[in-house]
Design a protein around this ligand. Sequence first.
Ligand code: CMP
Length: 182
Amino acid sequence: MFISVPRLCRVLQLTLAVIKPDAVAHPLILETLHEKILENNFIIIRRQDFIWKKEDSEMFYAEHSGRFFYQRLVEFMSSGPMQAYVLARDDAIRHWREMMGPTKVFRARHTSPDTIRGRFGLTDTRNTTHGSDSLESAHKEIKFFFPDFCVDRWMEEEEPLYRTGKVYYDPLKMIHALSIPG
Ligand code: CMP
C-alpha cells in the first residue's frame, strides 16, 4: 500500500500510542484499532508487544502516584499483553488523542460515542488506549518503550524521507517502511 507524496507535505510529528490490555485481549478490537490507525494516515514507525511487570507500570505512571486510581491503574497495566506504536503524521499527538476521546469512558460514551474510548472502553481505568499529551511526553514515552529509538535523530534523518519519499505498508510486519528506489 503506497502513500502518495502530496498528502505528506507537512512536517511529521511522532507520538506514542498504546493499546492497553483490555483491548489487546479482544482480537477484533485490536484489529479495528490497527485499521483505524491506517485509515487516519498515520505512518507506523514501530510496533511491538509488551508485557509489563508492576514496576514498569509504576515507573511509567509515576506522575499519578498518590491518586485514588493509581493502584488500580498499575495493576491493570501489568495484567496482560499490550501493544505500543510509534506513529508519525502531521499533528500526530492531537490527532491520536482526538481519536481516543475523553480519558473517562463514561464521559466518552455520552459526549463522543464514536471515539475509541466511547466505543470500546470498559471503565475509566480500562480505557482501551493511551496517547502522549505533549511533545515532551511523546519524547519521554517513546524512549520508555523503545529505548534504542532516538526521536531527535529520526526527525533529523528520517522525517524528510518519510515526508517526501514513497512509503509502503508491510502487511506482514504491520508497519510502514521507506520503499527501495528503483
Ligand atoms: P491514560 O491516558 O493512560 O493516562 C492515565 C491513566 O489513568 C488513564 O489513561 C486511565 O487509564 C487512568 N485514569 C485516569 N483517570 C482515572 C480515573 N478517574 N479513574 C480511574 N482511572 C483513571
